[in-house]
Design a protein around this ligand. Sequence first.
Ligand code: GRF
Length: 203
Amino acid sequence: MTIKISVLVSGRGTNLQSVIDAIENKDIRNAEIACVISDKAEAFALKRAEKHGIDGVFVNPANFSSRAEYDDKMLEILKEKETDLVLLAGYLRIISDSVIEEYKNRIINIHPSLLPSFKGLNAQKQAVDYGVKFTGCTVHFVEPDLDAGPIILQKIIPVREDDTAETLAERLLIEENKAYREVVKLFVDGKLEIDNRKVRIKE
Ligand code: GRF
């Protein structure tokens, strides 16, 4: 069976690219990207999709009067594409509870900190400003509470004394890209099991 993945994006799309590459080079088997949905017309992620022959859709928030309406449209596209798994990859909008309910345990996000530290925006800057010695990234299932769903995988990197938010983000991105494709592979291979908040990786 082929797992159909839809990816929600707002920006440059390196995490999307990492998953595209892993599917193309057969590191991830039995999966395809059904579509990429963006809330920003200029998102470079849409160009990446186009280059790889993947359907890219820009859903313009200006055409909808509420988040619920916007997300209804998104849900319609996800269903039309027979989506099995939704990836948030640099998607800057909050997702309605109705979408999360519909795709329970089938929406995954990546966040550039070791959750539960430094939730929300500018997580790398938060880490530098706080003075932590290590930070990392977290791949997790999405629940209605922001950045609080069950944790699937984390990767850790040291924070250097001379790090700025930018230098840290750049080093972290390499780990993020690895973490995301590893998790997608685990999901597609049916290796993730959720027990309350705990995610177990089956052998
Ligand atoms: C990443 O840092 C991710 O952790 C955060 O947004 C950024 C997206 O980067 N959620 P990209 O668009 O995948 O390159």
